[in-house]
Design a protein around this ligand. Structure first.
Ligand SMILES: N[C@@H](CCC(=O)N[C@@H](CS)C(=O)NCC(=O)O)C(=O)O
Length: 219
């Protein structure tokens, strides 16, 4: 099986899917789309995903968007190594971690990145501060969990890790921007303030093929 993946540099959702492709050793054709050139809104892109968002994958005449749906599809197409566990209980707990990350972490980081990228900090400062506080609390939870275990769920890397990880990278990168640092949102030390998260980051960076997934415009 070869998968065509349509992605954008720096999209954490696309990054998760690419990590899964690398981990599972699924060959893929990479189609890097440009957000700024409007590549996601062409008739061809909108035919694949009417929402005009990435990632999108294609395999034969099958097309799928939504990163977590893609991960679930990929798991059925290429079961090994398993990213959603091997028991009913394992699968349930991994999905819980994936969904908790979306609800309690991405929900807030998404709001912050919107304020930064769309230059709306002045009008959204109060919401950004609230979100940063919520992210800090979640960050502490992750730090505690990863101080006790190498992976977010169980004893092996799973979808919980590869879904969460790119969002941490994007968040710390945002916090290091010159136009965000003066906001004093509490993350000036970046990854260094979180030793267990940093060790987890190193474990993920050791995935064979990791470099192929790293956002090109961040290099
Ligand atoms: N829920 C979607 C989110 C995808 C998403 O928001 N992608 C962003 C990039 S991070 C995008 O394509 N944005 C382009 C746009 O909205 O115009 C998923 O999990 O795949």
């Amino acid at each position: 099986m070869t998968v065509d993946i349509y992605w954008g540099s720096g999209s954490p959702f696309a990054w998760s899917v690419m990590l899964a492709l690398e981990l599972k050793g699924v060959p893929y054709n990479s189609h890097l789309l440009s957000f700024s050139d409007g590549d996601l809104k062409t008739p061809e892109s909108l035919a694949m995903n009417p929402r005009g968002k990435v990632p999108v994958v294609r395999n034969g005449d099958f097309t799928l968007s939504e990163s977590n749906a893609i991960l679930a599809w990929l798991e059925k197409k290429q079961p090994a190594p398993a990213l959603f566990g091997s028991t009913a209980e394992g699968t349930g707990v991994i999905w819980r971690a994936v969904l908790e990350h979306a609800a309690y972490f991405q929900h807030h980081t998404h709001g912050i990145s919107g304020a930064v990228f769309y230059k709306k900090m002045d009008e959204m400062r109060d919401e950004v501060r609230e979100s940063a506080k919520a992210v800090g609390e979640e960050m502490d939870r992750y730090e505690t969990a990863l101080a006790a275990s190498e992976w977010l769920v169980g004893s092996a890397m799973s979808a919980a890790d590869i879904v969460a990880y790119p969002h941490f990278e994007l968040f710390f990168r945002l916090m290091a921007r010159d136009d965000v640092k003066p906001e004093k949102l509490g993350f000036d030390s970046g990854w260094a303030a979180y030793p267990a998260l940093s060790a987890w980051r190193s474990r993920i960076q050791a995935i064979p093929g990791y470099d192929n997934t790293y956002p090109p415009h961040w290099k």
